[in-house]
Design a protein around this ligand. Structure first.
Ligand code: UDP
Ligand code: MN
Length: 297
């Protein structure tokens, strides 16, 4: 069981494991080679995790970008389902980054929950909207968001919550296993392979392929992560390069160099296109269908 056993984990105050039970899911990997828990349904006690978070009186940030047509298409459902499922009972501050703060839907918020609409300039290419997030998040984490939240999750808007996404997901740094790739052999994973890119990973490098639609951690850890990725993106741009999966490639490089303290199973961000799988018991976020022609021209 190694360092993922509950005895060891309870010593890590900032790892809201809720009495971890890695043995409850013998059919899947529940611990990384460096000893971080991989959280699957049944391996944690959501009530204990909730109690731990409540005792510490945490404020949890949730950032999301809704630029261009993504605002009308996805934002309302994302926020409404977050109100049902994201950190229920905790104090939460949503940060919505958009070029049209006035168009943000007025979703009814529970007690202790706030929403801030932050103005961003609209980049022309969708890839640039996606990549610019790292720089914007870095600035926000150094400003009000960083002052009012203890932990922050950063998410894509083209998805909605379908089940509890609670404090069991919190840790110093949190990465999401990509639902398309979690069972692929390592050499096939779509890391950036161009050695000139700041996101470059050599053959044999890389632990898992992580999904940029969900990552999180403490404010300090996310300041480091976003600084690293923004720097890598700027470095590439100055050389006329663009990594294969944009900001996600740089995120994967960061988590290769700085191992996440907690990893979320694909249940936490599942693609319904993949159909039913025995190990996916309870998806917590579901991707929206990719309707790129409607959104990206
Ligand atoms: N995004 C946006 N407007 C755009 C492009 C992207 O708001 O024109 C934001 C939005 O939050 C989206 C995220 O950036 O979920 C990442 O882009 P997308 O989801 O299209 O990338 P994919 O998940 O397909 O890689
Ligand atoms: Mn997306």
């Amino acid at each position: 069981m190694g360092v993922c056993s509950s005895a060891t984990m309870s010593l890590l105050r900032d790892n809201f494991t809720g009495a971890l039970r890695p043995w409850a899911r013998p059919e899947v990997l529940t611990c990384t080679p460096w000893g971080a828990p991989i959280i699957w349904d049944g391996t944690f006690d959501p009530d204990v995790a909730k109690q731990e978070a409540t005792q510490q009186n945490l404020t949890i940030g949730l950032t999301v970008f809704a630029v261009g047509r993504y605002l009308e298409k996805y934002l309302e459902r994302f926020l409404e389902t977050a109100e049902q499922h994201f950190m229920a009972g905790q104090s939460v501050v949503y940060y919505v980054f958009t070029e049209r703060p006035g168009a943000v839907p007025r979703v009814a918020l529970g007690p202790g929950r706030r929403l801030r609409a932050e103005l961003v300039v609209r980049e022309r290419r969708w890839q640039d909207v996606s990549m610019a997030r790292m720089r914007t998040l870095h600035a926000a984490l150094g400003g009000r968001l960083g002052r009012e939240a203890h932990f922050v999750f950063c998410m894509d808007v083209d998805q909605h919550f379908s089940s509890t996404f609670g404090p069991e997901a919190l840790a110093e740094s949190v990465a999401q296993l990509h639902s398309w790739h979690y069972h692929w052999p390592r050499w096939l994973l779509p890391f950036e392979r161009d050695a000139h890119s700041a996101a470059a990973m050599a053959r044999g490098e890389g632990d898992f392929y992580y999904h940029a639609a969900v990552f999180g951690g403490s404010v300090a850890a996310l300041r480091d992560l976003t600084a690293h990725c923004a720097r890598g993106l700027a470095w590439d741009r100055a050389r006329g390069l663009e990594a294969r999966w944009h900001d996600e490639s740089h995120l994967n490089k960061f988590f290769w160099l700085h191992k996440p303290a907690k990893v979320l199973s694909p249940e936490f961000c599942w693609s319904p296109d993949l159909g039913r799988r025995a190990e996916i018991r309870r998806p917590r976020l579901l991707w929206a269908p990719k309707e790129y022609r409607l959104l990206r021209d």
